[in-house]
Design a binder for this molecule. Structure first.
Ligand code: ZN
Length: 217
């Protein structure tokens, strides 16, 4: 088992359990490249089984029951959107959060987790429930741990709007904005450079036009 959604976009993986949040975001489609893994129940259930299995393997616990209802894929897509917003309104994202309130757990009252010490006596939150409920419990637990550990601001969404994949920024000063600068960064720089050239050419054309219209001496 592995993080199939993130691996298909060849992004740098977040450490340990935080990769589950990244994995949820990377279930989204990239047009002309890969489909939405939460598009229907069958596909969503297959993804959830793989992702929760990987999470359970890392944490040394049993995998949850991953059966989904007909309405769950829709709810999972909403959950994905909530986490996308949470990441893009984080202070480190550089995006002005404006007046938008940060997203909250779907229930509105918070999410249940179980606290349990491991063999070394380290207390950790363990997700509870099944299917979508388990996933939500795990996602908010991992968010809490990452926010406390300081790794949360390094989980980012690629600034290229056509890409939008979630990646883990390992740059020294946490300044990365592209999932891969050679793929998304260079394409954006090329577009910006062409745009600047067009503007310059238009301005020069304007000036030439005016010059021609000026009567000589
Ligand atoms: Zn990208």
């Amino acid at each position: 088992m592995s993080w199939v959604a993130s691996e298909r976009y060849r992004v740098r993986q977040a450490p340990a359990g935080l990769a589950l949040v990244q994995e949820l975001i990377n279930t989204r489609a990239i047009r002309g490249y890969a489909p939405d893994l939460l598009a229907d129940r069958e596909s969503a259930e297959r993804w959830l089984t793989g992702a929760t299995g990987e999470w359970a393997r890392i944490h040394g616990v049993d995998s949850p029951d991953c059966a989904l209802s007909l309405s769950d894929p829709r709810a999972l897509r909403d959950l994905r959107e909530s986490f996308e917003r949470l990441l893009t309104t984080a202070p480190a994202s550089g995006v002005d959060p404006g007046t938008a309130a940060p997203p909250r757990p779907a229930s509105g009252r918070g999410v249940a987790v179980r606290l349990a010490p491991d063999e070394q006596g380290q207390v950790r939150p363990l997700p509870v429930g099944r299917g979508r409920g388990w996933l939500e419990s795990a996602l908010w637990s991992e968010t809490l741990l990452a926010q406390r550990a300081g790794t949360w601001p390094r989980l980012k969404i690629c600034r290229n709007g056509e890409c939008g994949s979630a990646f883990y920024d390992t740059s020294r000063n946490n300044s990365g904005v592209w999932h891969d600068v050679r793929i998304c960064g260079n394409a954006a720089n090329l577009r910006a450079s062409r745009q600047r050239k067009r503007i310059r050419a238009a301005a020069e054309g304007d000036r030439d036009g005016k010059d021609e219209g000026t009567p000589a001496g």
